[in-house]
Design a protein around this ligand. Structure first.
Ligand SMILES: *Cc1c(COP(=O)(O)O)cnc(C)c1O
Length: 375
């Protein structure tokens, strides 16, 4: 069997054609494609406003600068890519790591307890881990009862759905961020976006994306004022053309991923040591397919299993090393939070291959290899 990576982008001829066409246009950055991509993202997610930026981390950075004040405490999850918590630090605010629940998402009941006890908590950064939406009813409740801001990190979750509402609609949050890195299930090479229903937030982020420059053609055709310390977090029209093309087939991509997830779930019922992180329920976009493995009761360790699968030409990955246990965070005094579920989770999980072009034959090979090794 040829090497099977744990994830792979879906690039077809129509994506290539779209990029070539964009390259031949008069404007290859900050042109019409960026605006069109933003319009399409609004239409897809249901949010009023969207801002496309150079990557998901830039999206988090700009959102954090507009949502947070210096010193604000922000509840967030240890189970994410580094960028989620780092963005809180970029804004000179303070991440507070809260334990996860069994499905890998932040435990919103624990968040509520913390907010009740500590009125200096100003925001929650929740990640829809692996594409599984966070509990929107709980988010709604928290926002109604307490004065906290909510950012949804949906870097894994574009195309996911919660009771008919798409990720990024921001019905129960101040804003949502997306990443279009190739490892995600929709890509622009590098890229990201913010969606929001808040006009003021939208205008601030637009300003910060481009050096804080405000053009004023009433004064002179070339005139601009710099009114904030912004950045160059723009994205090219070449990338946005790819994004438009990718978004148009996102649903097809997610449907295939859901089929693969259901097939994994079904086949894993036969194995008494491997369990899906959460059962299929039609909500998740399945950016990742994560399993828990009962290493206590099998002979192989996690490292050896990872290496053994590589010998079978099967790539896997671990999502994630707890952010609060990273050396940089330990230096800042983190690492001793009470996060028993996260700690156990990190010992047990492995992400299996999951991408649009993964064939049934390859999936069967992965499953039979796993059954052979883990018994
Ligand atoms: C990928 C990712 C990011 C960062 O996105 P980039 O585009 O790589 O900067 C942020 N949060 C999560 C959960 C991610 O998976």
């Amino acid at each position: 069997m040829q090497y099977i990576p744990y994830g792979k982008q879906l690039i077809d001829q129509d994506d290539i054609n779209a990029v070539v066409k964009a390259l031949k246009a008069p404007l290859i950055t900050t042109g019409p494609k960026a605006k069109e991509f933003e319009k399409n993202l609004c239409k897809y997610t249901g949010a009023k406003y969207s801002i496309v930026v150079s990557n998901g981390t830039a999206a988090l950075h700009l959102a954090s600068l507009t949502l947070l004040d210096i010193g604000d405490k922000v509840l967030t999850t240890p189970n994410s890519f580094l960028a989620t918590a780092n963005a809180i630090l970029y804004a000179k605010a303070k991440p507070v790591f809260i334990d996860i629940q069994a499905d890998g998402n932040i435990d919103l009941d624990l968040c509520e307890e913390r907010i009740k006890k500590d009125p200096t908590i100003k925001a929650i950064y929740a990640v829809a881990f692996s594409g599984n939406p966070v509990d929107q009813k709980k988010l709604k409740h928290i926002r109604e009862v307490y004065d906290v801001k909510v950012l949804e990190d949906c870097a894994h979750a574009i195309g996911s759905e919660y009771e008919g509402v798409k990720a990024g609609s921001c019905i129960n949050s101040d804003c949502t961020i997306f990443s279009f890195h190739p490892v995600k299930h929709m890509t622009t090479g590098e890229g990201g976006a913010i969606t929001t229903n808040n006009k003021e937030l939208y205008e601030k982020i637009i300003l910060l994306r481009n050096h804080g420059m405000q053009y004023n053609k009433d004064i002179a055709p070339w005139y601009y004022d710099m009114i904030a310390l912004g950045f160059n977090y723009r994205i090219t029209d070449i990338q946005c053309a790819l994004g438009i093309s990718q978004l148009s087939k996102l649903d097809k991509n997610v449907v295939r991923r859901r089929t693969l997830a259901q097939q994994y779930d079904e086949a894993l019922r036969k194995n008494t040591f491997i369990f899906p992180l959460y059962p299929y329920d039609g909500k998740s976009s399945y950016h990742l397919y994560v399993v828990r493995i009962d290493f206590q009761n099998i002979k192989i360790s996690k490292i050896d299993l990872f290496k053994k699968l590589l010998e079978y030409n099967i790539g896997t990955m671990v999502h994630y090393i707890p952010i609060n246990k990273q050396p940089y965070y330990i230096e800042l005094g983190y690492g001793n939070e009470d996060t028993p579920t996260m700690d156990k989770y990190y010992e047990e999980v492995l992400s299996l291959p999951m991408y649009y072009s993964l064939s049934d034959e390859e999936q069967n090979y992965i499953l039979s290899s796993l059954h052979e090794i883990v018994k």
